[in-house]
Design a protein around this ligand. Structure first.
Ligand code: NAD
Ligand code: ZN
Length: 356
């Protein structure tokens, strides 16, 4: 019997998340129908719930939430060759046009016609069933589970950041911010050969997690610390200047620290998305030839993220702190919003057969 239950989590507006039944979608020739398994909550999902917008992206009509996801294929379109029913996949949430200059020149993540799950007005995938283009579904190896599959989305951001930074054996890496993105960036930097990693945050529980995951040093940023205090502390703990700084907070103070603390000729990677305009000490960085590079999501990074986990070079499991069912979506988002229970990665299980 064809399944009928397509319980779906829909954001109607600020603090208005509803569960509703939607029709089960039909895959186009190049698409797959997925039974959704695990969907992680990202900071941006919470932002849309609380503020109804991120910069120019505004929730104007009901939008299905969720974009850090894994699923099991139940049906494939007639043109799909590399995937089959039963395959478990990590879902890369941004579909590109494949024909523009950016797509054709290898920067598909910069495609102006990107259609990205749960970035308004595009629907996300926190539902029982969902269709996606087959070439943006990455098959999981047998030794990876569907929770790890959902975590390939943030891990791909960390991979992209470390690739942009050129992290390699001997890199001395400073990560600013120990949220999920800072932590996956730290894990990737270690896997790519960084010899020392130091990480900062405002809160102890995140720094404790960073130490558990292999940080060599941690710095807790206190309210009364000046930029100079932070810079001195980082340099004294490392015994040298970081060659690579991965900024993963978006906070102006942290961006300012990044530009000043990084070794001359080194690299600052801006991952954190903060205020659209900031005041930063730019000249001091340019006369020291500090390379400043932005990061936007990922570009051919899912396969590397999967390889890192498959081969045991990165373990993303300790990032998972909370589990909810799709029926408990509101509660899951409440936990993300309030931070109660010190969440890092909250996972929502869409498969009705999932057992804690
Ligand atoms: P998060 O909010 O969970 O984590 C940010 C962490 O930074 C928190 O633990 C917070 O305590 C810490 N922090 C805040 N101010 C700080 C300061 N001044 N010094 C040190 N630590 C500080 O967010 P996340 O999910 O880890 O994402 C991190 C950032 O990356 C966000 O700005 C997010 O928007 C951005 N992001 C960017 C991309 C991209 O493609 N560029 C992708 C995903 C997320
Ligand atoms: Zn394109």
């Amino acid at each position: 019997m064809a399944p009928k239950d397509n319980l779906t989590a829909v954001l109607y507006g600020i603090n208005d998340m509803r569960l509703e039944q939607r029709p089960i979608p039909v895959p186009k020739p190049n698409q797959v129908l997925l039974k959704m398994e695990v969907v992680g909550i990202c900071g941006s999902d919470v932002h849309y719930l609380v503020s109804g917008r991120i910069g120019p992206f505004v929730v104007k009509k009901p939008m299905v939430i969720g974009h850090e996801a894994s699923g099991t294929i139940v049906e494939v379109g007639k043109d799909v060759k590399d995937l089959k029913p039963g395959d478990r996949v990590a879902i890369e949430p941004g579909i590109t046009c494949r024909t523009c200059y950016d797509c054709k020149s290898g920067n598909y993540h910069l495609c102006r016609d990107m259609v990205f799950c749960a970035t308004p007005p595009v629907d996300g995938n926190l539902a029982r069933y969902y269709v996606h283009d087959a070439d943006f579904c990455h098959k999981l190896p047998d030794n990876m589970d569907l929770e790890e599959g959902a975590l390939m989305e943030p891990l791909a951001v960390g991979v992209h950041a470390c690739k942009r930074a050129g992290v390699r054996v001997g890199s001395i890496v400073l990560v600013l911010g120990a949220g999920p993105i800072g932590l996956v960036s730290m894990l990737t930097a270690k896997a790519m050969g960084a010899s020392k990693v130091i990480i900062t945050d405002l809160v102890d529980h995140r720094l404790n997690k960073a130490r558990e995951l292999g940080a060599d040093f941690t710095v807790r940023i206190e309210k009364n610390m000046t930029e100079n205090d932070i810079i001195k502390k980082v340099k004294s703990l490392l015994g040298e200047d970081p060659t690579v700084t991965l900024e993963c907070t978006g906070a102006e103070q942290s961006v300012r620290v990044a530009l000043q603390v990084t070794k001359s000729g080194g690299v600052v990677i801006l991952v954190g998305l903060g205020k659209f305009e900031m005041t930063v000490p730019l000249a001091g960085a340019l006369v020291r030839e500090v390379n400043i590079r932005g990061v936007f999501r990922y570009n051919n990074d899912y396969p590397i993220a999967i390889e890192l986990v498959k081969t045991g070079k990165v373990n993303v499991k300790p990032l998972i702190t909370h589990h909810f069912t799709i029926e408990e979506t509101k509660k899951a988002f409440e936990t993300a919003k309030t931070g109660q229970g010190n969440p890092i990665k909250i996972l929502i299980h869409a498969n009705p057969e999932w057992k804690p």
